[in-house]
Design a protein around this ligand. Structure first.
Ligand code: FE2
Length: 204
């Protein structure tokens, strides 16, 4: 397994997220989770498993491996959930957002409220609940993620660990969220939604 490669340069979000924030968040925090996971996978002889299988198999019996593997996957998904290029929401995903939240604006408002109110460290997700046939906002603490939850599939995620914003915004999570939500990758979200609807899901 190779460490995730950013789909853009570390300078790409200048004005929103600094290069220095990527030096720490991507190259140090994210990489540390990967390195710890790989060491443990080597010791278990699990290095040929997919990251998703590692997360599911470790969930109930190996906190160390689950936390590092899930944090690794969550960050990959987060880097894909933002884009330096403005891109368009698909008509199908837009229709689902409008059905479930009223409008794109109210969707963003609710997402920001959830992310800003999450206690401690964690992640704010947009997931698709297959049984209810609707989009939902989900908050998870620490490394927890939807891959081990029944019936929900992730569409996008925002990192609300303080390590995501201490370089650029000190302790000001709301200012960080204003910037991150302004660069959401609508193409990635739309593709994930369409993949779920076509029954083949999508990983990081
Ligand atoms: Fe992070």
């Amino acid at each position: 397994m190779n460490f995730f490669k950013l789909p853009y340069s570390k300078e790409a979000f200048s004005g929103h997220l600094s290069k220095e924030s990527f030096d720490y968040h991507y190259e140090k925090h994210h990489k540390a989770y990967f390195d710890k996971m790989v060491d443990k996978l080597d010791s278990l002889g699990w290095k040929d498993l997919s990251i998703e299988d590692v997360i599911v198999k470790s969930y109930s019996n190996d906190d160390f491996l689950f936390n590092n593997a899930a944090q690794y996957w969550n960050h990959c998904f987060f880097w894909n959930s933002i884009s330096p290029e403005k891109n368009e929401v698909s008509s199908s995903f837009k229709a689902q957002v409008e059905k479930d939240f009223g409008s794109l604006e109210s969707f963003l408002k609710e997402f920001k409220a959830a992310a800003s109110s999450l206690f401690g460290s964690g992640w704010a997700w947009i997931v698709f609940n297959k049984k209810a046939d609707k989009l939902e906002i989900l908050k998870t603490s620490n490394a927890a993620n939807p891959l081990v939850m029944e019936g929900v599939v992730p569409i996008c995620v925002v990192d609300v660990w303080e390590h995501a914003y201490y370089i650029d915004y000190r302790n000001d999570r709301v200012s960080y969220l204003d910037q991150v939500l302004s660069v959401l990758n609508w193409k990635f979200m739309s593709e994930n939604y369409d993949s779920i609807k076509n029954n083949n899901g999508k990983a990081c």
